[in-house]
Design a protein around this ligand. Structure first.
Ligand code: HMG
Ligand code: MG
Length: 351
């Protein structure tokens, strides 16, 4: 059933601003983070300690972190792609970090310049270093529904990557529909759903899914490219539900977060179905900031204002003051010189 409380992880200053065409000054980033924290958000992802050649928008990570490190009303995680980034983050005062893997081999290469398996080696070094300092590590899985290069990604692949991140010590796993191609699904109770079997780290799990059939012969590896063909059953009845079911079979639901980009406007229904499955952590971006450099037309994360509006209406507690959040959204939209990507902000500004 629906959770009573939802933790919102605000990713605007990181995921949003990393993808905005206009680079924002350090002072504006710091003020934005302060406004977001004062709206009651308990987690605000502040920046990334990544290569400034790859993400020039966040080249001021050290200055941003040093300016916000003493804000103690919220956790302020930062992205760290490797040990170098982790050490720089800690030196600047970060007390929470996040690592980011992908369920798509192609996206892993284009995003962090290494294969999925190579990324696990890097990330194990980060989680081990973090453990020594008692620093919590969040793990992201990108392309949980689709990849701009590979197309549809099988749920078994997402479950595999999520479990690896969980096993290496991530306290929370965020499932990212990076290009926003997911649609929800509903369970009409019909028996047309097929069973598929996949072997995840030793244990065979069986689950119902309308979307994917795995042809099993003897030793299932639960992955593509191992001789076990994956067959699509045509349109199916959604893509997010089978993915979540596959991940929930290997990672406890209370550790899962959902991270939807809103390219096709499907984030809110996708969030709703995630909540109905018991997920209680939702990533979002104030004013719907962002885009995706790897997918033409892809938009930012679902707007935090819209998520809070929906949750307020559902009677689910978030501890976020919508009025103050709207002010934070106005502030950054004015600085970017563009209208807010939040429907709620647009509606309320016209009243
Ligand atoms: P590389 O070029 O393969 O790295 O990049 P390298 O180890 O060969 O080093 C090359 C240069 O980068 C060297 O500098 C390093 O010192 C430097 P040079 O000698 O040329 O002057 N370098 C660094 N500098 C600063 N901080 C670091 C760092 N590491 C190396 N941590 C690397 C590999 C991973 C560094 C690069 O590909 C990178 O920075 N990628 C980050 C990409 C990124 O931030 N993507 C967006 C975040 S993920 C996302 O948005 C998805 C998510 O929202 C969920 C979803 O929506 O699905 C989380
Ligand atoms: Mg993202």
């Amino acid at each position: 059933g629906m959770p009573k409380n939802v933790k919102i992880v605000e990713v605007g200053p990181r995921d949003g601003l990393q993808n905005e065409k206009n680079t924002v000054s350090t002072a504006v980033k710091v003020e934005l983070i302060k406004k977001l924290v004062s709206s009651g958000l308990s987690v605000v992802e502040a920046t990334s300690f990544v290569s400034p050649k790859w993400v020039p928008q966040l080249a001021d990570a050290k200055d941003v972190m040093e300016a916000v490190r003493s804000l103690d009303a919220a956790r302020l995680p930062v992205l760290t792609p490797n040990l170098k980034g982790f050490e720089a983050a800690i030196a600047a005062g970060a007390k929470d970090v996040a690592i980011f893997a992908s369920a798509s081999e192609s996206f892993s290469k284009s995003n962090i310049n290494c294969s999925i398996e190579e990324s696990f080696i890097r990330y194990r070094a980060v989680t081990q270093a973090a453990q020594k300092l008692s620093i919590p590590v969040r793990g992201y899985v990108s392309c949980v529904v689709g990849c701009p290069v590979e197309g549809a990604i099988p749920p078994s692949r997402v479950a595999y990557v999520a479990k690896e991140l969980h096993d290496m010590g991530c306290f929370e796993i965020s499932l990212g529909d990076t290009i926003g191609v997911g649609i929800p699904a509903y369970d009409d109770g019909k028996k047309s759903c097929k069973l598929w079997r996949t072997e995840v780290a030793g244990g065979v799990v069986e689950m119902r899914t309308p979307r994917w059939t795995e042809v099993v012969d003897g030793n299932t590896k639960g992955d593509r490219g191992d001789g076990n063909e994956l067959e699509s059953e045509g349109e199916g009845r959604g893509t997010v539900l089978p993915m979540l079911e596959a991940v929930m079979a290997v990672v406890p639901v209370e550790k899962l977060a959902v991270h939807f980009h809103d390219t096709y406007g499907q984030s809110l229904p996708n969030i709703l179905i995630s909540l109905q499955l018991g997920i209680s952590i939702v990533d979002s971006s104030v004013a719907g900031l962002g885009g995706c450099p790897y997918a033409k037309g892809a938009s930012g994360n679902v707007a935090t204002e819209d998520v809070v509006y929906m949750l307020n209406g559902l009677g689910v507690k978030t501890n976020v003051d919508l009025g103050k959040l709207l002010l934070a959204g106005d502030y950054i939209s004015k600085h970017l010189g563009r209208p807010s990507g939040s429907k709620t902000a647009t509606a309320l500004s016209r009243v």
